[in-house]
Design a protein around this ligand. Sequence first.
Ligand code: PBG
Length: 305
Amino acid sequence: MLLTIATRESRLALWQAEHVKTLLQQQGHAASLLGMTTRGDQILDVALSKVGGKGLFVKELETALHEGRADLAVHSLKDVPMELPPGFALACVMRREDPRDAWVSPGCASLEELPPGAAVGTSSLRRTVLLRARLAALGRADVRIEPLRGNLDTRLRKLDEGRYAAIVLAAAGLKRLGLGGRIRRLFSTDEMLPAAGQGALGIEICEGRADVQAALAPLADQATWLAVEAERAVSRALGGSCSMPLAAHATLEGGAMRLRAAWGDPQGQPRLVTAQGSAAVATQAEARALGQRVAADLQAGGARP
Ligand SMILES: NCc1[nH]cc(CCC(=O)O)c1CC(=O)O
């Protein structure tokens, strides 16, 4: 069948859409891209959490699906709101790329090596609270964490212009664009717990498009799908907003899922509330139940939306 893929036009979004296009072609379908600019791509001078959050990157794509100009939209799952608007469905979650955060710095191999008063750039509240907690543990209250917006090329350019000593961003995006060589160090998931869905691609369709759903089925990765269902359930239970400094990361081995989550107050003490849980998980409902349990533990520990 002929499938039109709605995509943002950043280099990373286009890479991801091309990747899906190639996989669909390998399945014997004809596929083409419909590129578009979203509000999230236009507003670059304000922190995302202040201008409406994740939905900004998906709304225009959903309009194209709704109007029948496209059959599917490819998203970084991390940017997809926890609740899709009525009439839309997450039809496919693909195998996850590296979920870790990366340290990119021309001068410093790690946090420990930062010169006094150095600035570290990052674009998310999650990274901000995780970095503040690590810096506090190192006794480095002098290090400043400063906002960094824009697509990957823009962020790297701001680093190269010397505005930051280092930046922290998702390894997955860098690797997809062949920029893995810029990574100075990968944080383990214990050091910097990833965001819900980080590194995974999700494909959105209009509900009821059984034909598109069937075409996408071979692209799905069930283990990743179950893991991100658990991660997104944590976020959803806590209000699902991207103005919430929340990390949630699940792994699945031999049917056993381990889910870890962390929350920090961006204005308060550089202290994290953490929770974790394990369960045998074979269905999306079981994955969500584990996510809800871990979210309840976070809230009991003081996390709030
Ligand atoms: N919020 C932006 C965003 N959305 C998806 C990725 C790439 C990594 C991924 O697929 O999770 C990035 C860049 C980043 O966080 O540094």
